[in-house]
Design a protein around this ligand. Sequence first.
Ligand code: URA
Length: 232
Amino acid sequence: MGKIRLDKYISNETLYSRSEIRKMIFKGQCSVNGITVCQPDFKVEENDSICLDGQAVHFQKYVYIAMNKPKGVLSASEDKSCKTVVDLLPEKYSKRNIFPAGRLDKDSTGLVLLTDDGEFAHRITSPKHHIEKSYIVTLDADVTEEVIDGFKKGVTLYDGSECKPAVCQKLDDNKARVILTQGKYHQIKRMFGVYNIGVNDLHRERMGNYTLPDSLSEGDFVEITPENLIDS
Ligand code: URA
């Protein structure tokens, strides 16, 4: 991050306004590496240990969040009429420019990764990286061998576009696990559509090496470290 002003550093990491922070600094309520600092423009850097009003203020360059998206919520940053995954985050994230890395349909549930790290988002969504995404789908008809074979070979959608080979594992008569390495618009629904099968429910359980924990209810989220999410 290089050197930045003390008041800006604290403002980035807390919900206090710049003027509240300046007042607290002037009052002697802030220390840098154990020494009280009363100048808001004092320059600090990533490894400095900063305390405000007795509380440590930790520097976090980027955040990475795994959310279990509920039905009816858009995987977008903002929308005029519909609640988004970013709207579900608490206020402490409001100063960060957080967005979902990849899309999940409004009526789908499950794993959405949110971050303010553009480079990471690009890596996990770029078709070049072939990140696996695994879904549990409930269908309005039985899973047939024709579907399983067709997915394995690569489905040609009604618009003529060809999908990469995908895994379709039958879990129950009308329930399957589908694993994709790409992300076309409504891809799974359109792939089953070729076989005249409708998708009643679609839940994303995994992206790369990260599986949504069972303990995370719809609308809940957890901060994660992204290191092992994708094999480099
Ligand atoms: N495929 C779909 O059709 N919908 C999703 O939300 C994800 C994959």
